[in-house]
Design a protein around this ligand. Sequence first.
Ligand SMILES: *Cc1c(COP(=O)(O)O)cnc(C)c1O
Length: 497
Amino acid sequence: MFYHSTRNKALSVSSAEAIAQGIAADGGLFVPDSVPELREEDFEALKGLSYAERAARLFKLYLTDFTDEELRECTHNAYETGSFETPDVQEITTLADGSMLLELWHGPTCAFKDMALQILPHFLTRSIQKTGIDREVVILTATSGDTGKAALAGFQDVPGTRIMVFYPEDGVSSMQKRQMQTQEGENVRVCAVKGNFDDCQNGVKAIFTDPEMQEALARNGMQFSSANSINWGRLVPQIVYYVSAYVTMLEKGILVPGQRFVLTVPTGNFGNILAAWYAKQMGVPVQHLVCASNINKVLTDFIDTGIYDRNRDFHATVSPSMDILISSNLERLLYHMTGEDDAQIREWFGALKTAGRYEIPAELKNRIQAEFSGSFWDDAATKDMIGKVFAENGYLSDTHTAVGICAARDYTAKSAEKYPMLIASTANPYKFGKAVLEAIGGDTDADEYEILDRLQEKSGMKIPAALADLKTKEVLFRDSVAQDQMPAYVREKLGIQ
Ligand SMILES: *Cc1c(COP(=O)(O)O)cnc(C)c1O
């Protein structure tokens, strides 16, 4: 299988090259030249296997230049060495109303990002060997809060790599900030940006695609790669958990083979929901995809109108990992859905950069609406839902997941035909403790650690060790720069001219 750039179909690279580079030199994203299809007997064959074994078999379909042994070694290192607190890696919880939560946050940093970022470093070091690059890889990452810590944890002290994470100074939860500022490791660096997530992401993309910067790195025996969901090596592990969830639902008798279900995904950069769409293309019987947003509802508007317009106010919400106005992975969906029209993608994403806006034809919008619905929910609705779910089930959901539950319930209420509902649960509620405690009627006048204790007392859910331990960790990073200072910061910290 080969990978093309969404902005230049003629560019063709192996999966190892796509992962090592992270983003195409033309600013496009790498996409597979076809999507492998699974039949019922293929899903059947995945039953009874561990998560790591399933993952290795599914990776083989996309990462065709890796051997079976290499893939199995990668999935073993990521999923079978104790960094996930449940042996199944992911869990499915059923709520009283019959909807199901796909819990993807049992990894070391308590958000779904671990599902991909625990394995990406293994893919990346293998990819570098395979492509014969003899350079140190510098991972530049923009984060809305969760990717940063998950990437730092994944790449900490991985030989041949360095990692730099940029996060919006006032745009992450206090737990998220602590998690990043206390990160240990010889090869890590963390810096705040005076701006929002889009400023961080734009800053990182500009550094990536700056030829002078690339030359400077090459002169110093380095090259950039990405741990954001623009990297194919991030997306393919996310496809895996949707396929695996379907197989688990078959195993448990929740679904019969081929039975359709609706999938709701709390969305920011469009990575997680795009992975669900790929899983659907592969044959997972997804009836419909519900894209759940907070009041940064650029995607709801896009699905409704066909107009993507980032020219609007940015809002900081209680679901900060979804505070995003430029959803990068939409580019991949549009590439596939336009029949791989790279010229059209160049035009739209050029317009997004210059005018902040593009519009797709009605015919394409209709096809998108046949597969996706979107809805958005404000902080009050989010907290209400956390309170309701807790009252009905004694179950704590995090703020992002609660946005998903709002969208899922709304979709089900409005649909004539009822299907089983699976909702991606993207973070451990303790990561957003203050908002969650408030939502269940607790007193939040306390520091972040006292809040964890109060939440535990009220809910009976155990505080994850990874968060409780932060209290005793030293803050190692206090750097903060403006977006336009990011290139100079990167040069300085890498020690290159
Ligand atoms: C990253 C993140 C999201 C958004 O996922 P995308 O792939 O960016 O759409 C939602 N919830 C949580 C908790 C996250 O960390």
